[in-house]
Design a protein around this ligand. Structure first.
Ligand code: AHR
Length: 304
């Protein structure tokens, strides 16, 4: 519409905050919802000039994007790191240029936490633990063979969800008999599940680190002539629309939510950081969890 003629000068002099955001990729329904929320929230009406880039799940692309935002002299950098390690050099470059960094969704593993201002996102260990606790509560007296579809190797959610799940089932007869990465994609989940079905004839349950891989597993299980949700139970994380629909349809058994709506917190923290105000180092986003009955009730009002 009639946008003001005030020119975006990368922050120096105008009130508009120039923010460079490097996204992980477009690997999942969760990621699509997260991207949409960030783009819908960091708008010019809200006082932002957003530069957005998609790293296609490659760390080198993210580092390149961050370097180019630093060279442009943005006011704030924000990113969701595809993997946990290997960020110190580029974060130090941002610090040397006096550009504050906000992490969203995924954490970095660094010894120097002065390299970023704040980390906004879910507690992934707790998500894995809640998924494992549901399995333990429902099958605690049974010998259960579980296969695990891991997220992207080296990413915070893959590392933490695995750890949380293992903690919850420790000391039970529930055993993870195979575990491989499906890269958080539907195609990856399907392919890895096909392999699991070929090498194990007695799988009881799939723990998928996200809905998309669980949805891929459903395809593989159906193609093998079995009933997902019955012959082979499925527990996932995210609670995006397609996952919730499969849960309501009885093909998934339980989903722990991972809330992708991080835009409002990011906007607030970015404004404070630019204004020189202090911010919380860690903002934990709250997640729900859903059984099949709860999914049916929640579906009509789901935002993503
Ligand atoms: O980092 C969050 C995870 O990344 C989501 O659970 C998954 O769907 C996405 O790809």
């Amino acid at each position: 519409g009639s946008s003001s003629s005030e020119s975006a000068d990368n922050g120096s002099g105008s009130d508009t905050i120039a923010i460079g955001f490097s996204q992980v990729g477009a690997e999942s329904g969760w990621r699509a919802a997260n991207t949409k929320d960030i783009q819908d929230t960091l708008t010019e009406e809200n006082g932002f000039k957003l530069s957005f880039s998609d790293a296609q799940q490659k760390q080198e692309n993210q580092i390149q994007a961050l370097r180019s935002y630093i060279a442009q002299g943005v006011d704030v950098l924000a990113f969701s790191p595809v993997v946990e390690t290997g960020w110190d050099a580029v974060l130090q470059e941002a610090k040397n240029a006096n550009i504050p960094v906000i992490l969203t969704d995924r954490a970095v593993d660094t010894a120097d936490d002065s390299l970023y201002e704040s980390f906004i996102g879910s507690d992934f260990v707790e998500e894995g633990q809640r998924a494992g606790q549901w399995v333990a509560d429902n099958f605690k007296d049974e010998e259960l063979k579980v296969v695990e579809l891991q997220g992207t190797t080296g990413s915070a959610p893959a590392i933490d969800r695995k750890e949380g799940f293992e903690k919850a089932i420790a000391g039970t007869d529930i055993k993870v008999v195979d575990s491989q990465t499906g890269d958080f994609t539907r195609a990856g989940g399907k392919q890895v599940m096909e392999g699991f079905l070929n090498s194990h004839d007695d799988i009881d349950l799939v723990f998928a680190h996200n809905d998309d891989m669980g949805l891929g597993a459903i395809e593989a299980i159906e193609a093998a002539g079995k009933k997902p949700g019955e012959d082979i139970k499925i527990v996932t994380i995210d609670a995006v629309k397609d996952g919730m629909q499969a849960l309501a349809d009885g093909k998934i058994n339980y989903i722990v939510e991972c809330n992708p709506l991080l835009g409002a917190d990011l906007a607030e923290v970015a404004k404070k950081v630019v204004a020189g105000e202090s911010v919380e180092k860690r903002i934990v986003v709250e997640d729900a969890a859903f059984t099949q009955e709860e999914a049916e009730k929640a579906l009509p009002d789901r935002k993503y």
